[in-house]
Design a protein around this ligand. Structure first.
Ligand code: SF4
Length: 307
């Protein structure tokens, strides 16, 4: 009669390795590695499940979070290195790109107005730099209390190098005049400084891409820091969402005061939208009156006292 064969080892989840079990596993060729893994499971039951793959960036908390969610400055969208793909932290390419972006942002944050303008004119940080005719830096008195932020240059802006020209620009001028502002004024209380989220025109006036907004953000951020406006009027969905780091529709962002670095932000529709939807002019008028009210109620004494 044949001798009974030894029971099959229940190795991975065996709570305890007896000398006999160790001997069997040695005979089966599992060796020390098997033993070590079994002990590891026994000693550290809270470790990652053995059935989970090593790299699960989409579902595990070690996946790098997009910078748009983690970066405090609301003007800065996600870093291009982490924005589009949940690559593991150890991937070398994103780390290098992020360091380059950080160094560029730090350099921009130290620029004065002339240096910032010059840097914008030669910028090639995103692909729009190779398709534009010229960068549109911004216009208006750098002592203005009001700042207007739009989306991106259109065809006419790209040709002239100025923001908000053409039919949309004329409508903006009319809107500003209605509340006592003038883009050509030099007196701080009447002047406005106008800039866009993107300094270069997207081909065909397509929507800005996240990587383009991300690369251009330090320029707008520095403009805001240099200007220190008393109020920012964000015109259009992209301007509002980029400034506020929000994905909410413009209908939800209107009629309230937001803040960017302590500066009040009021949201309204873009003049180009109004050209297509003139029925919404009444809403914009209400937004402008609201913005003026925010401006005057924020610092009424200073508004009268300062030149
Ligand atoms: S859009 Fe902004 S980041 Fe891109 S090339 Fe123009 S200035 Fe540079």
């Amino acid at each position: 009669m044949a001798a009974p064969s030894p029971p099959a080892p229940t190795a991975p989840d065996a709570p305890h390795l007896t000398p006999q079990l160790a001997q069997w596993t040695q005979a089966l060729g599992y060796g020390p590695l098997y033993v070590r893994r079994a002990l590891l499971v026994q000693q550290a039951p809270q470790a990652a499940p053995t059935t989970a793959p090593m790299a699960t960036p989409a579902t595990t908390p070690v996946a790098p979070a997009p910078v748009v969610a983690a970066t405090p400055p609301r003007v800065i969208p996600p870093s291009p290195s982490t924005r589009s793909s949940p690559t593991p932290r150890s991937a070398p390419r994103p780390a290098v790109a992020s360091e380059g972006d950080a160094a560029r942002a730090e350099a921009i944050a130290r620029m004065d107005w002339p240096a910032l303008d010059a840097a914008t004119q030669v910028c090639r940080a995103c692909k729009l730099g190779s398709s534009r005719h010229q960068a549109v830096f911004g216009s208006g008195a750098t002592t203005a209390r009001w700042m207007i932020v739009g989306e991106a240059p259109g065809a006419e802006e790209d040709r002239q190098g100025l923001p908000f020209v053409g039919a949309a620009g004329q409508l903006l001028d009319a809107m500003l005049h209605a509340i006592g502002l003038d883009r050509h004024a030099q007196e701080p209380q009447h002047a406005v400084y106008i800039a866009n989220v993107l300094k270069c025109r997207p081909p065909g006036n397509r929507n800005p891409e996240p990587v383009e907004v991300a690369q251009c953000a330090p320029l707008l951020q520095r403009q805001i820091a240099l200007l220190q406006p008393r109020l920012i009027l964000a015109l259009g969905r992209f301007a509002a969402q980029s400034l506020l780091g929000s994905t909410a529709p413009i209908s939800q962002l209107r009629d309230q005061v937001h803040h960017v670095d302590g500066i009040p932000v009021v949201v309204s529709y873009h003049p180009a939208y109004l050209l297509r939807n003139p029925a919404d002019k009444a809403r914009v008028w209400r937004d402008l009156c609201f913005a003026r009210q925010v401006m005057t109620s924020a610092a009424p004494a200073q508004a009268d006292a300062q030149p």
